[in-house]
Design a protein around this ligand. Structure first.
Ligand SMILES: CC(C)(COP(=O)(O)OP(=O)(O)OC[C@H]1O[C@@H](n2cnc3c(N)ncnc32)[C@H](O)[C@@H]1OP(=O)(O)O)[C@@H](O)C(=O)NCCC(=O)NCCS
Length: 199
């Protein structure tokens, strides 16, 4: 079980992103520093119109899923996957707003995302990151200390079994991520928060 530090993160819940979450998702991007945006999208974002919001909202909870961290009514982090068409592999990405980093949110979101992915037959997550991105590399090493990294033009790519994300981030079964899917998929973002502070 991941225990979130009492300072700040204890009240934060997780929910599945829905297409209706456009405004809170847009507000998240306004909270990100230039470096965090650059790390997430791997290119400089000069204007937030460059963020592909429509694509990021295109979730179907099977081939395209996103788990968000919710603090009060605001999204403060997102972990997502896109299944590679017709395969059991998916590309995964994660971002946490600067002020919420280092409190275990990426760990919790990725554990929940892996649980969802496993329930719909995804067996491998591919992750692409800049070679000098220490925070995500440390997180990756917790998941799979022996993960092989392929380097190309300053960018690492690696593929790690979904089960490693589930086991090594110590996921607990949760209502949101049971094999049958999330039991609460409608209503406001706040109403959909179904994974509690200590999930
Ligand atoms: C990479 C990123 C998502 C990590 O998010 P995060 O929420 O800070 O990650 P976590 O808090 O889960 O883990 C970070 C640290 O907190 C620690 N931690 C984990 N659970 C914790 C808890 N419950 N309480 C306190 N600390 C905890 C971890 O051990 C880790 O420490 P380490 O860096 O010394 O190994 C964040 O830095 C980010 O948004 N970066 C920009 C986007 C990016 O690079 N994305 C990756 C490419 S797509």
């Amino acid at each position: 079980m991941v225990t979130i530090q009492e300072t700040g993160a204890g009240r934060i819940g997780l929910a599945q992103l829905e297409p209706s979450d456009r405004e809170p998702l847009r507000r998240l991007f306004y909270r990100l520093s230039a470096e965090t945006l650059y790390r997430r999208f791997m290119s400089p974002i000069a204007r937030l119109e460059q963020v592909p919001t429509d694509r990021l909202l295109d979730v179907d909870h099977r081939d395209r899923e996103a788990i968000v961290s919710v603090d009060d009514r605001e999204i403060v982090g997102v972990a997502r996957y896109f299944r590679q068409p017709g395969s059991d592999a998916a590309e995964m990405a994660v971002v946490v707003a600067d002020a919420w980093q280092g409190q275990g949110l990426a760990t919790r979101m990725l554990a929940a995302l892996a649980e969802r992915a496993s329930a719909v037959g995804i067996q491998r997550f591919t992750l692409i990151m800049q070679a000098d991105n220490s925070p995500i590399l440390r997180l990756l090493r917790r998941v799979d200390p022996s993960a092989k990294l392929a380097l190309s033009q300053g960018v690492y790519e690696t593929t790690v079994p979904v089960v490693a994300w589930m086991i090594n981030l110590r996921v607990q079964p949760s209502a949101c991520c049971s094999p049958g899917g999330c039991s609460v998929r409608s209503g406001t973002l706040q109403a959909r928060v179904v994974i509690g502070a200590n999930a």
